[in-house]
Design a protein around this ligand. Structure first.
Ligand code: ZN
Ligand code: ZN
Length: 336
C-alpha cells in the first residue's frame, strides 16, 4: 500500500510499504480523510520522537476494510473514526481513569503507524462508528475531543465572558464549544485577518487583530477582565498574556502546546491575591462521545475550517505548506 513514511527527522517519502494485517482485537481502517496537525509537524521535525520510521496521522476517518480475530460489533464497510490514544487500562493512572496519562500509552500515528497511508491497523476498543456523518465533518472529531476534554477540565460557567487567544482551527472549535458550554460571549484574537472574519461568522462577539492596541481594546470590552482566558496559540509570550486578561476569580486554560523547554513569568502573588485558577489539558480522555454529538447536531460547525486538501501522493507539499505558512491556512486535509 501507499504511505507517507517519515524515515528520520526531516526525511519524508511517499512510497509502497507492506499493508498492515489486523492482530487479534484489531481492525484495518482504509483512509477516507486525515487532518494534518501540529503533532505531525513535531514528529517530522524530530521534536516528538518515539522512533523512526513512522507513519504519522492521528486525526483520521475511514471505512473498516478488514476485521481481526475477537472483534465484536464492528463490520467491514462501517464508516468510523478512532481515538488514537491506546491506554493499557491497568496502570496507576488508568486505574484512576486518567487514561491520557497511561504509563504504557501508545498513540496511533505517534508511537505506532498512523493513518497517512491507504490503510491503518486500529484496536477495536478505540473505534467509534460514525453512521452517515460526512467524513469532512468526522475528521474533526479527534481535535474536537481534545477541546471537549479541555473544557471538561476548566468547566466554564453560565454567563462567562471568555477570551480566546488564537483563532486557528482549535481556537474556533474552542470558541463554538465554550459558547455551548454556557459562555455569554467570546472575544477572540489572531494575527491572521481571514481567521478573524471566520470567527465573527461563527459567533465571536468580537474578533480582534492581535498586536499593538490589542490590550486597550480587550479591556474596553471587559474592564474587569475575562472570566476565562484560553491560550490556543502555544506561543509562550501569548500564553503569558492570558494572566493579564483574566478577571479576579477567573480561570486560565493553557490549551496550546508551548515548546517543552519554554518558561513564562507569572506572579504567584497575583494568582493568590486574585483567586486565579490555572488549568492544563493534555490530549483527550474518552471524550469522543460528546465531540461526535456536537458535530452531529450542528452545534459545532466545521465546514469553513478546511482550507486545503492534498492527495496522499502530495503529502510532502501539504507538510511544506503547513511548515512554511506560505499562504493563509486553516485545517489541511489528506485524502487517498
Ligand atoms: Zn492532532
Ligand atoms: Zn495505563
Amino acid at each position: 500500500m501507499k504511505a507517507a513514511v517519515i524515515d528520520a527527522p526531516g526525511k519524508l517519502a511517499v512510497r509502497d510499504v507492506p499493508s498492515p494485517v489486523p492482530a487479534p482485537g484489531e481492525v484495518i481502517v482504509s483512509l477516507a480523510l486525515g487532518g494534518l496537525c501540529g503533532t505531525d509537524l513535531h514528529i517530522f521535525a524530530g521534536e516528538l520522537n518515539y522512533g523512526y520510521p513512522i507513519i504519522a496521522g492521528h486525526e483520521v476517518v475511514g471505512t473498516i476494510a478488514e476485521i481481526g480475530e475477537g472483534v465484536f460489533d464492528l463490520d467491514v464497510g462501517m464508516r468510523v473514526a478512532f481515538d488514537p490514544n491506546i491506554a493499557c487500562g491497568s496502570c496507576h493512572y488508568c486505574q484512576k481513569m486518567r487514561f491520557n496519562h497511561c504509563l504504557h500509552w501508545e498513540g496511533i500515528g505517534v508511537t505506532r503507524d498512523g493513518g497517512f497511508a491507504e490503510r491503518v491497523a486500529v484496536p477495536a476498543s478505540v473505534i467509534y462508528p460514525i453512521g452517515n456523518m460526512p467524513f469532512d465533518q468526522a475528521v474533526f472529531i479527534e481535535p474536537l475531543s481534545c477541546v471537549v476534554y479541555g473544557l471538561q477540565r476548566a468547566t466554564p460557567s453560565l454567563g462567562d465572558k471568555v477570551l480566546i487567544l488564537g483563532a486557528g482551527p482549535i481556537g474556533l472549535l474552542l470558541m463554538q464549544s465554550v459558547r455551548r458550554a454556557g459562555a455569554a460571549s467570546v472575544v477572540i484574537t489572531d494575527v491572521q485577518r481571514d481567521r478573524l472574519d471566520l470567527a465573527s461568522r461563527l459567533g465571536a462577539e468580537a474578533a480582534m487583530q492581535a498586536g499593538d492596541g490589542q490590550r486597550d481594546a480587550l479591556f474596553d470590552l471587559a474592564p474587569y477582565g475575562y472570566d476565562m482566558v484560553i491560550d490556543a496559540t502555544g506561543a509562550p509570550a501569548v500564553a503569558a498574556s492570558a494572566f493579564d486578561y483574566v478577571t479576579r476569580g477567573g480561570k486560565v486554560l493553557l490549551f496550546g502546546v508551548c515548546p517543552e523547554d519554554a518558561t513564562i513569568p507569572f506572579s504567584p502573588f497575583k494568582i493568590y491575591r486574585h483567586d486565579i485558577s490555572v488549568y492544563g489539558s493534555f490530549a483527550l480522555n474518552k471524550s469522543f462521545g460528546p465531540a461526535i454529538e456536537l458535530l452531529k447536531s450542528g452545534a459545532v460547525q466545521v465546514g469553513d475550517l478546511i482550507s486545503h486538501r492534498f492527495s496522499l501522493d502530495r503529502f510532502p507539499a501539504a507538510l511544506e505548506l503547513a511548515l512554511s505558512r506560505s499562504e493563509p491556512t486553516m485545517k489541511i486535509l489528506i485524502e487517498p
